[in-house]
Design a protein around this ligand. Structure first.
Ligand code: CAA
Length: 704
């Protein structure tokens, strides 16, 4: 008997129960156990078999930890062939999330039922893969070509009702009682003399597709897929379902799956899958750290960030008080929130009733006394240390003992903010990314004195509101913005050296960034950086003009970015499409001449390296200083906070892929050619490059 697959015969029904926590991933032991049990059951007194899982979910897919290691027999397709060929009818009975190889297992059974709350899907595309165990062939046969393409290309799970509608489920059980419902369903099938329904026997009518359908589909997809190969191969696999007999279609699908499995894109996306889950764990926190109960939340400051943060809580069903300094300011803040929700209703993303429900969860106040009973306060006022400290003094005075006091600051020192309170152990940073109700990342910033309970609770609250959390220690800009400085600086300096904004942004976008650095500047507003610069200069700091002169000149010309119709680019007032502007090139030339910088033609490779090596280099410093817990956390910050392409795995994974020696030598070379001011290799990078090691190996060695 297998340790993960149990079998029992109840009357004439054989029950196969899989128990491989936490998510019943299809490990080698599970595959072997399933194969053995189904083979043995062919000879017993059962008339039908029910396949179900214990624990929280039906099988959630192949065991991703096995990918990249030598394959172990039996393969999933081998097991599924045995299931499909079984002479006894097999009913897959699903609960939780039947995903990837798990759902493909169900598709190889003869009947599929699920409890109403179950969700099914093929998320492989999110790992840079395609369903490699018949999913593309069977879903296409059951749901049709267009639905199959949509389901497999977006990778999002379907509800049981949606799956039934698409013919992917035969029966939605009457309630959540999986075992009882599934056994009753199997009895009904036996008694009614139901046939062995094999999906492979369904034929597809290609005549219903217009000529050139797949080529056109692939072409349209290529325009938005930014070089991601999985989408292209998925279309090819679905095409094979139409043009080839099942057995050849399965072989084609497997070949394409194996090609993707070996690709650097899938390696990167699998890294992100695990890094995301690791980032939620705080290494030095005892596992029995208790959590504080968070039911009522307050946000101080009703601007864009504060409003967006309040929406995050309301969206998760948690009541939230929005505090502003006056009734007028409060009304302005609430109006923005109403407008944002109304926009979602208009786009069909939310119903009117849902909007009302969420709005009811947000109440306004202009009185700190209303915060006396809240469990968590997030301060999101103007980015000025003195104003922030004043807010924390007032919070300290009114909030109940045990309330968590968080700042959404992007840059300020959390320890200094905590020091103005009588409870520094309850203070930390919770740094949201704009727009806060959309962006997935939450940087949780650990102050010197933040206690374990508060940290663990903040991470859990982040997950409750659907964020992906990464922990940072205190430094200027924390992980994300600190690293961004070098990237943005080089984007600007490249203009002085002779590149155009379009060239710089195109290189970043071809690499996979959602937007190039200069276009991002225009989107955020160039005046923001300008004001910050003025404040630093007013405080006596001398700032190298080469790092900002073109941007500052644009602001002084009234070109603030998208909001004023022009910045590094001109923007079409209707479509917001960007257009290059020779005036900006002239401005760069003028400033370059003034600073004595000779302009030249700059290669794509140089632009790429000058943008991304500073990110990696600063990331190495951040690791060595212990600001980030692990290289993977930095990758998570970049993928979810700055739209770094998941298919490149984040800056630190990408650095390991191209080799730290290459990055180190590139930085040394730029130091010689462009001056050492901004091109000093981080000691950790130098050390790892010299020993031929990687960030991942360094981290693994630290963990022992
Ligand atoms: N393989 C190995 N481990 C897995 C796994 C998998 N497929 N899915 C989840 N896990 C692990 C996670 O890493 C995590 O481990 P730790 O506790 O050590 O961090 C643990 O299971 C719990 O996972 P979550 O924290 O994600 O739990 P959740 O309840 O929030 O979500 C889930 C559960 C929806 C199943 C989510 O884990 C998930 O989406 N998993 C991946 C599903 C997937 O992509 N399946 C397709 C795999 S590829 C495939 O199947 C190819 C094929 O065609 C054969």
């Amino acid at each position: 008997m297998s340790s993960v697959v149990r079998y029992e015969l109840i009357d004439n029904i054989g029950i196969i129960t899989i128990d491989n926590p936490p998510v019943n991933a299809l490990s080698q032991a599970l595959r072997q156990g399933l194969l053995d049990v189904v083979t043995a059951a062919q000879k017993d007194a059962s008339e039908a078999l029910v396949l179900l899982c214990g624990g929280r979910t039906f099988m959630a897919g192949a065991d991703i930890t096995e990918f990249g290691k030598p394959p172990q027999s039996p393969s999933l397709p081998e097991v599924l062939a045995v299931l499909e060929n079984s002479r006894k009818l097999i009913v897959a009975a699903m609960h939780g999330t039947a995903l990837g190889g798990g759902f493909e297992t169900a598709l190889a059974c003869h009947y599929r039922c699920a409890v109403p709350s179950a969700r099914v899907g093929l998320p492989e595309v999110k790992l840079g893969l395609l369903p490699g165990a018949g999913g593309t062939q069977r879903v296409t046969r059951l749901a049709g070509v267009k639905a199959a393409l949509e389901i497999i290309l977006n990778g999002n799970p379907l509800s049981a009702a949606e799956a039934a509608e698409l013919n992917l489920l035969d029966e939605v059980l009457p309630d959540e009682n999986l075992r009882e419902g599934a056994i009753a369903y199997a009895h009904d099938l036996v008694e009614s003399g139901a046939l062995l329904k094999r999906v492979r026997d369904i034929s597809i009518d290609p005549g219903s597709l217009e000529p050139g359908f797949f080529d056109n589909y692939r072409r349209r997809l290529a325009e938005r897929a930014r070089g991601q190969i999985a989408s292209d191969r998925i279309v090819t696999a679905v095409e094979a379902a139409v043009t080839l007999p099942m057995e050849h279609g399965l072989i084609r699908e497997r070949d394409l799956f194996l090609e993707l499995l070996l690709s650097s894109q899938s390696r990167a996306m699998r890294h992100i899958f695990f890094a995301e889950r690791e980032a939620a764990k705080i290494r030095d926190l005892p596992t029995d750290t208790s959590l504080r109960d968070i039911r009522h939340v307050a946000v101080v400051g009703g601007g864009t960030m504060g409003g967006g943060i309040a929406m995050c809580f309301a969206n998760a069903g948690m009541p939230v008080v929005l505090l502003e300094i006056s009734g007028e300011a409060l009304e302005r803040g609430l109006a923005i929130i109403r407008k944002n929700y109304a926009g979602s209703v208009q786009k069909g993303k939310m119903s009117e009733a849902e909007m009302q429900q969420r709005l009811q969860l947000i109440t306004g106040s202009a009185d700190y006394a209303d915060l006396a009973q809240v469990d968590l306060v997030i301060e999101a006022v103007f980015e000025n240390p003195e104003i922030k400290k004043e807010v924390f003094r007032r919070l300290d005075a009114v909030c109940k003992p045990g309330a968590i006091l968080a700042s959404n600051t992007s840059y300020q020192n959390i320890d200094e903010i905590a020091a103005v309170t009588s409870r520094p152990q309850d203070v930390l940073g919770m740094h949201f990314f704009s727009p806060a109700n959309v962006m997935k990342l939450l940087e949780v910033v650990r102050g010197e004195k933040t206690c374990h309970e508060v940290l663990a609770t903040a991470m859990q609250v982040g997950r409750r509101i659907g964020k992906i959390c990464a922990l940072s220690r205190v430094c200027y800009g924390f992980i994300g913005n600190r690293m961004l400085t070098g990237y943005a600086r080089q984007a600007h300096m490249l203009l002085l050296d002779g590149a155009t904004p379009e060239q710089v942004d195109a290189v970043a976008e071809d690499f996979g960034m959602a937007m190039g650095p200069l276009a991002v500047g225009d989107l955020a507003g160039l005046d923001i950086g300008y004001k910050a610069l003025q404040a630093r200069e007013a405080a006596g700091e001398v700032i190298d003009p080469a790092t900002h002169c073109v941007a500052s000149a644009l602001v002084e010309l009234g070109r603030l970015g998208q909001k004023s119709g022009a910045g590094y680019y001109r923007y079409d007032p209707q479509t917001r499409a960007r257009q290059s502007d020779p005036q900006v090139e002239a401005l760069s030339r003028e400033h370059a001449a003034r600073l004595g910088i000779p302009q030249r033609v700059i290669s794509r490779d140089e632009i790429l390296a000058r943008l991304f090596y500073p990110l990696i280099n600063e990331g190495a410093r951040i690791l060595q200083e212990g600001i980030a817990q692990r290289p993977g956390d930095i990758d998570i910050v970049y993928v979810y906070g700055y739209a770094f392409p998941a298919a490149k795995g984040g800056p630190m994974f990408h650095a390991d892929e191209i080799g730290l020696g290459t990055v180190y030598e590139g930085i040394q070379r730029f130091g010689r050619e462009l001056g050492a001011t901004y091109w000093q290799p981080a000691p950790l990078l130098a050390q790892l490059a010299a020993s031929g090691s990687s960030f991942a190996q360094w981290d693994a060695a630290r963990q022992g």
